[in-house]
Every structure is written in structure tokens, then in C-alpha cells.
Design a protein around this ligand. Structure first.
Ligand code: ATP
Length: 476
């Protein structure tokens, strides 16, 4: 992971926010290559969800919403992570930190300092991940950091960022930075349905920022306090939700595999009863094997009519749907697909990162080892780099002409600095799939060499055919 973080910084994919001030905890900026990569992922998601389907509409709802939205959704009361402190080492943990056994602070469980009564129920993932921290007695708990106890009772801590609207900072002016984009979709459901004249089943898709004051952020861009979500709520007739749930599970996995992610690094995880979010009847995570272990990066949830019925109640407005065929009124059920744009970007980066030995002319020119990002060409930030072999004999002029021409079609890069081997290596690290070299022959017959990042093979292509050649290669 350290190598990937270092590459991301070195090549300008992702680096710490406000670095000149020492950085801000778990907040990251996307540089020139990173912004392109994330944008390509988001555009691909949008294309497959909205443009290529007739049953999904797009939306861009505001980050700030009426504060009652978050009461209705359950986030004000329930979007909390209880904290526990270790009095011995002064460290603080989420009470549901999977390394900690028990549910700290519950009357039945008592204080989980040592769990001496053995009455604690195992929270999710407890048995799997907390084994190293379980003491010899049933329920005994040791701090995962220092090995001791005791823990304080948990204190509630809302994960939503609070701010104030207008000049007065009192309770009536409180607004929240949204912790998920989904609620914008729920409250806009009736208007989107009316203006688009969509009939159920249909969905609404949205990409946007979300904010969570995470207690344990980390692992680079895996868990951050400001992030982007790509969410889609699919509204269906009650009774058909299980069928749609399965359809969306298949759709989403196919989409991820089509990003070029190795399938052995992907798996499903179904939420057990004690893991399900307050709104969900059934939920599956798509997990990736990150360098730090298997973790979720997308969830498919059966949210029932939980959100629509709560908004209907809190807002006092009907949100039901009139089926024009049967004249029946009902509150739709919702199947949600919820992905993080940043986490998906991390999956793509982790999966593409390789260190390889190369031979032949490549080794002689650029060294025997190379770091390469084997990104799917259509996702790569730069599609091709243009290199004049030397900066004389008419090569730079021709290279500039080719670069100018290609720029109208693709994101391409011009590089005339250093040996050709070094230039190839720099583009390997950036994940650029094609390297176009203008050499002595090019000025004679207007052909160039195109080097393939993965096979290292070179094709000779007529300069006038480059757009066609690259368009074919970049499809998919
Ligand atoms: P986790 O348990 O990892 O915090 P979650 O179950 O709370 O995630 P959801 O609320 O289902 O996640 O959010 C859907 C998606 O949003 C996640 O699969 C993830 O890709 C992304 N996401 C959620 N929280 C964060 C975060 N703090 N940083 C980056 N991405 C996030």
C-alpha cells in the first residue's frame, strides 16, 4: 500500500489536502492524473446507469438539505458511532470496532471492561476479527492497542458534519452536510417521476459528495471524511423487490468486472441480521481484496419503503405512486446500489499496480524493472504520449503536429525530456496505454511507432491513421 500511496503522490494522482500546512486528517486532493481517472470511472458509471438505460433518470441534488430530512431518515438519531475510551492507554475506539468484543454500555452487557459476566452478545465480525483480543474468560476483553482495560461507557457521536445556515449559530440554524446522496433522491422522487413521466419500475441516479466525520478514517482514500458516492435508487412495486435485488446484484458485479478488475479479487458478502443498517431488509457488499484485506466498496441494499414512508410521515406529504394501468396506489419499495467513487478508484489503482521485470531493448533503455499501472485503456487518465525520438531533424515539428491533432480526440501528453526509455517508464507509471514515437523514418514516410504499455510490442502506423487506430484500441 505504501508503494501505491507513494506512486500516487509522485505522479500526481492523489495527495494530501493542504499539504503545505501539514495536511488535514484523511482529506485528499486529486491531481491532474487522479482527477481524470476518477472522472472516467464516474462517466462510465453515469453512461451505464443513465444513458444506456431507459428506466433510470439522473439527478444532482444539493448537499445542504432541510434538517428534517435527516430526522426522517434516521440519521440525526441513529447515525452515530458510540465511542469507547481505554482509560489505561487513553485511546479511543468505535464501540463497534471489530477488534472489540461486546456492545459496550448496554445495560445487559454492563461495562465491557472485562466482560466478566459473559453476557455480551457478539457484534458483527467480532468472532472473526477479535479473536486475538479475547481473554481466557468468556467475555473478557482487552484493549486492542495496549492489551489492557478498562473501557469507559460509550458516548454517542454523530457522524454528520454540522454547520449553520445564516448569521446566527443557534439550534434553529443547524444544517448538516449530507452523509449520503440517497436522501436527495428520496425527497425528489415525486417530482422526478412526474417530469420524466416514468412508470414504476424506474430508478434515479446521482453522483455527488458526501461527508462523514469518521472516527477511524484511513487506508489512503478508502475511508475519508469527504468522499463521493455514485448511488442509484430503483423504485419497484412491493412484492417485486427480491427479483430486482438479484437483477441489480448481477448488473453491478458485471459492471465492476468490465472495469478490468481481476475476478479472484472480488467477492460477495451478505450482511447478517446484526449487521444490517436500520433501513435495510437485505444487503450485499461487493468486496475487494485490498492490500489491507477484504473490504466493501459497493453495497446493494433492499431499503423497502423505509425512507419514503418516513418522509411521507415527517413531511406530511403523500409520496405514493398511482399505477396508471391498475389504478392502484402504493408506496414503492427501493433497491439501492451504492458505490463510493473514491473507493472504486482505489480498487482500480490497487488492481492495476504491478512491478515487472522487462527484457530486450526496453531493459537496455529504461532498466530491467518497471512499475506499471495496467489500467483498462478506456479508464486511463492519458490515452497516449507523443515522443520525438530526438529534438532535431524535423522530429519535434512533426511530433507537435501529431500531438495537436490527437488532442482534439483524446487526452494526450507531449514529452521530449530524457531518454526514450525513461519517457516510456514515466508513462508506464501513469498507466498511459500507448506511446507514440516519432523517429528518423517518420520524417521520411510519415509513419510512427506505437508502443503497447502491456505487451511492449511496437506497431508502425501511418500518422494520418492514428486517430482511427487509437479509437479502435480504446473501445470497451
Ligand atoms: P463502511 O462500513 O466501510 O464505513 P458503509 O457500510 O457505512 O461503509 P454505505 O453507507 O453503505 O457504507 O456507503 C456506500 C458506499 O459509500 C461504500 O460502499 C463506500 O464505497 C462509500 N463510503 C462510505 N463511507 C465512506 C468513507 N468514509 N470514505 C470513502 N467512501 C465511503
Amino acid at each position: 500500500m505504501d508503494k501505491l500511496v507513494s506512486l500516487a503522490k509522485r505522479r500526481g494522482f492523489v495527495f494530501q489536502s493542504s499539504e503545505i500546512y501539514g495536511g488535514l486528517g484523511s482529506v485528499w486532493d486529486y491531481g491532474p492524473l487522479g482527477v481524470e481517472l476518477k472522472k472516467n470511472i464516474k462517466e462510465r458509471w453515469w453512461r451505464s446507469m443513465v444513458h444506456e438505460r431507459q428506466d433510470i433518470e439522473g439527478l444532482d441534488a444539493a448537499i445542504l438539505m432541510h434538517p428534517k430530512v435527516w430526522e426522517a431518515s434516521g440519521h440525526v438519531a441513529g447515525f452515530t458511532d458510540p465511542l469507547v475510551d481505554c482509560k489505561q492507554c487513553k485511546n479511543r475506539f468505535r464501540a463497534d470496532d471489530p477488534r472489540i468484543k461486546g456492545t459496550p454500555g448496554q445495560p445487559d452487557a454492563q461495562c465491557p471492561v472485562c466482560g466478566s459476566k459473559g453476557t455480551l452478545t457478539a457484534p458483527r465480525q467480532f468472532n472473526l476479527m477479535f479473536k486475538p483480543f479475547m481473554g481466557p474468560e468468556p467475555g473478557e476483553l482487552r484493549c486492542p492497542n495496549c492489551g489492557g482495560g478498562p473501557f469507559t461507557d460509550p458516548r454517542n457521536f454523530n457522524l454528520m458534519f454540522k454547520t449553520f445556515m445564516g448569521p446566527v449559530e443557534d439550534a434553529s440554524a443547524v444544517v448538516w452536510l449530507r452523509p449520503e446522496t440517497a436522501q436527495g433522491i428520496f425527497v425528489d422522487f415525486p417530482i422526478v417521476q412526474q417530469v420524466s413521466r416514468k412508470k414504476i419500475p424506474f430508478g434515479i441516479a446521482q453522483i455527488g459528495k458526501a461527508f462523514r466525520n469518521e472516527i477511524t478514517p484511513g487506508n489512503f482514500i478508502f475511508r475519508t471524511r469527504e468522499f463521493e458516492q455514485m448511488e442509484m435508487q430503483f423504485f419497484v412495486k412491493p412484492g417485486s423487490e427480491n427479483e430486482w435485488f438479484e437483477r441489480w446484484r448481477a448488473e453491478r458485479m458485471n459492471w465492476i468486472v468490465a472495469l478490468g478488475i481481476r475476478s479472484e479479487k472480488l467477492r460477495w458478502h451478505q450482511h447478517g441480521k446484526d449487521e444490517l443498517a436500520h433501513y435495510a431488509k437485505d444487503a450485499y457488499d461487493i468486496e475487494y481484496e485490498f492490500p489491507f484485506g477484504w473490504q466493501e466498496f459497493e453495497g446493494i441494499h433492499n431499503r423497502t419503503d423505509f425512507d419514503l414512508s418516513n418522509h411521507q410521515q415527517h413531511a406530511g406529504k403523500k409520496l405514493d405512486y398511482l399505477d396508471p394501468k391498475t389504478n392502484e396506489r402504493f408506496l414503492p419499495y427501493v433497491v439501492e446500489t451504492s458505490a463510493g467513487a473514491d473507493r472504486t478508484t482505489l480498487v482500480v489503482l490497487c488492481d492495476a499496480y504491478r512491478e515487472e521485470e522487462v527484457g530486450g531493448a526496453e531493459a537496455a533503455e529504461g532498466g530491467a524493472m518497471r512499475v506499471v499501472l495496467k489500467l483498462k485503456p478506456s479508464l486511463a487518465p492519458l490515452k497516449a504520449a507523443v515522443f520525438p525520438l530526438v529534438n532535431k531533424d524535423g522530429m519535434p515539428e512533426l511530433a507537435h503536429r501529431i500531438h495537436d491533432d490527437l488532442r482534439h480526440h483524446f487526452n494526450v501528453f507531449y514529452d521530449d525530456g530524457g531518454s526514450i526509455g525513461r519517457r516510456y517508464r514515466r508513462q508506464d507509471e501513469a498507466g498511459t496505454p500507448y506511446g507514440i514515437t516519432i523517429d528518423g523514418q517518420s520524417t521520411q514516410d510519415q509513419t510512427v511507432t506505437v508502443r503497447d504499455r502491456d505487451t511492449l510490442k511496437q506497431d508502425r502506423v501511418a500518422a494520418g491513421k492514428l486517430v482511427e487506430y487509437l479509437t479502435q484500441k480504446l473501445a470497451g
